[in-house]
Unconditional design. Structure first.
Lengths: 303, 346
């Protein structure tokens, strides 16, 4: 009995790690711009594909062993994915922001960018699924009836490390201070000599690079890639971010793990088709009881 | 006695006249089979899309909320209307012999569609009740979650087909044609489309409907000005989702087959695109963009998958150069004030 619980807990942590990593990107962009970047789930998908091409290139063309390939794939994927996120910001969002368009129009543009990424991928690479090459040898460890792989542990550790890195950047560095300042008062910040556009670019780069990392880890854990893999997981990660209280790094992280835990527990008890139904119902109840999320602060509005 | 001037008569009846001529014309052409089945189905989808975009416009445009789960309510309407129709009027594997004589289908069809709409309106409570306390992006999430919950619920109901879908609606349509041989679907889609636009126009211009725009401007201020915000929100959400349910019922009977997968978030996105392309809070904009969007979808059909690259690209470009949509928040008669002399639509 206790083994089953721990086993499910490890599974939940691993599954929640993906949500948490993606939700971090959502929440950072939201915190700075109050923009729901609906293309983020598809940036995650692009990250997985970039990881696929980089890893295949290193393994087959350069012929390097798996662990060197992994060590090279991680930074290259993160950099390339962050470039995708930044170019989205430069091409689609920034001109709209300059014009002072209504926030919802930027959201619609983000949705459309996501659709373009998905279907351009489908048009260019075709509908056939890609099999991700195995970079490291998976070992299965069994401790007292609980079995886990080195990959699972690596995923969980990476997610926790990313959380601490981002939390450190946001709370301790000058860039993080500028980010918090922008979310506090967008109009006073440029007067203080803070380059608002560069800060936004850095935010997008950070968020997207962690989505790329999530894509790489996801592709290593579930080595089948398809163009629509980012859509559903992206929407769910966004919901996780909101449940945690969007705009707050801790909230996104906890929300991701909470959603992962709920989904794994549902699958452990009920048939797996009930996963979405029960997970979303739980989230609906949480949001109805606590409308600003777990870590969100209710804003007072002046009339 | 004062004689009514000719212009006033023209102003009063021109819209009625145009609608009657248009409806009768399309019906006659469809009856004579002068327009092909393909064009006819495009016209019917156009009607369904008009209902969808105008009803979402009520929430997203007039009330200023951000609802992205419209297809979920459409799904409820589609399933309730189809199951009711098949249960009452068609022989089916699941429900067995029809409860009523299939000859009655032709009289009861509008009630079936409206029943679907009422069911969808009650599903709208799923969003309306949390909206008392929640707003903005948090409400957006609730609408997405509602969409997923509805689809997932139907996928898990094995008795009505689950994710395999549900069919048999063609038999009901055939039963209607057996009694009186008219293109019934065309007629009802047309009537319900006109009904939707009319009821939304009435709603928006009523005193109660002014509360909707007041909530869009400032919810707290509206409450101070004695607008019962919770009541307005409940009724607006229920009206919007009920109309979406009517669209869903019509959609199901046009295609003759429903499955939960066709009401996913992509469908909601499609409706949202129509609303924002037309311009927020503009009824005529929503109608025009629904027509335009349906035609665009059909024109680009030969391109297959590239279609879904081009359409978002078009929309992004529209957003860059005209971020307020085709019409902004104005109506047709605001852009061409002289038109007011020739028609009045209330």
């Amino acid at each position: 009995m206790i083994e089953t619980i721990i086993q499910n807990l490890i599974n939940a942590l691993q599954w929640g790690s993906f949500y948490a990593l993606i939700a971090l990107g959502y929440t950072m962009v939201y915190g700075v711009l109050t923009l729901i970047n609906f293309a983020h789930g598809d940036v995650f998908m692009v990250g997985a594909y970039i990881a696929f091409f980089v890893a295949t290139f290193i393994l087959t063309v350069l012929g390097l062993p798996g662990w060197i390939a992994l060590a090279l794939t991680i930074p290259v994927t993160m950099i390339l994915t962050s470039m995708v996120g930044v170019s989205l910001e430069r091409i689609a969002y920034r001109p709209l922001r300059r014009k002072g368009a209504h926030r919802l129009y930027v959201v619609i543009t983000a949705l459309m960018c996501g659709l373009i990424l998905e279907h351009a991928n489908l048009a260019i690479l075709g509908a056939s699924r890609k099999a991700f090459p195995s970079l490291i040898v998976e070992h299965v460890y069994t401790v007292g009836g609980v079995s886990f792989t080195n990959l699972k542990i690596a995923v969980i550790v990476t997610a926790i490390l990313s959380f601490f890195i981002l939390q450190w950047i946001v709370t301790q560095t000058k860039v993080g201070m500028a980010m918090r300042a922008i979310s506090y008062d967008k109009f006073a910040v440029p007067l203080m000599g803070i380059p608002i556009d560069s800060i936004i670019v850095i935010t997008f780069a950070l968020g997207s690079s962690f989505a790329g990392l999530a894509g790489l880890l996801f592709a290593m854990s579930y080595p089948v890639l398809e163009p629509y893999m980012g859509a559903l997981i992206g929407w769910k990660a966004f919901i996780a971010a909101v449940v945690g209280g969007i705009g707050d790094i801790r909230g996104a992280f906890l929300g991701g793990f909470l959603l992962g835990a709920v989904e794994i527990l549902v699958v452990a008890v009920f048939p797996s088709t009930y996963r979405d139904l029960i997970a979303f119902t739980v989230l609906l109840i949480i949001l109805s009881l606590k409308p600003t999320g777990l870590f969100g602060i209710a804003k007072t509005t002046k009339i | 006695m004062r004689k009514t001037p000719v212009k006033s008569i023209l102003q009063r009846y021109s819209v009625h006249f145009i609608l009657v001529v248009l409806g009768a014309g399309i019906t006659y052409l469809a009856y004579q089979e002068a327009i092909g089945l393909y064009v006819l189905s495009v016209l019917m989808f156009m009607g369904v899309n008009i209902i969808l975009s105008t009803s979402l416009n009520l929430v997203n445009g007039n009330m200023g909320e951000f609802s992205c789960g419209h297809a979920g309510f459409m799904c409820v309407g589609a399933y309730v209307a189809s199951i009711l129709g098949v249960l009452l009027f068609a022989k089916d594997k699941i429900f067995g012999v029809p409860l009523l004589s299939p000859d009655l289908a032709v009289y009861c069809f509008p009630f079936i569609i409206i029943a679907g709409g009422i069911a969808a309106a009650f599903a709208g409570l799923l969003v309306a009740l949390p909206s008392y306390k929640t707003r903005g992006d948090y409400l957006a999430i609730i609408t997405i979650a509602a969409n997923y919950i509805i689809i997932s619920l139907i996928e898990n109901l094995g008795a009505i087909g689950g994710s395999r879908g549900f069919m048999g609606m063609k038999k009901v349509v055939n039963a209607m044609n057996d009694v009186v041989d008219l293109p019934w679907m065309v007629i009802w889609v047309f009537i319900f489309t006109v009904f939707t636009v009319w009821i939304l126009r009435r709603y928006n211009s009523s005193t109660f409907g002014k509360g909707v725009s007041a909530i869009c401007q400032d919810e707290v201020a509206a409450e101070i000005m004695s607008v019962d915000t919770n009541k307005v929100k409940t009724i607006t959400f229920m009206l919007s989702s009920g109309l979406a349910g009517i669209a869903g019922g019509l959609f199901a009977y046009i295609i003759g087959y429903v499955n939960p997968g066709s009401f996913n978030i992509l469908k909601s996105t499609e409706v949202m695109v129509m609303v924002y392309l037309g311009g927020m809070a503009s009824l005529s904009g929503a109608v025009m963009s629904a027509i335009f969007f349906t035609i665009l979808l059909e024109l680009l059909r030969p391109l297959q998958i590239i279609k879904w690259v081009i359409i978002p690209l078009v929309l992004i470009i529209v957003m860059q150069f005209r971020p307020e949509g085709i019409m902004g928040n104005r109506e047709l008669s605001d852009i061409f004030p002289k038109l007011k002399r020739f028609y009045r639509f209330k």
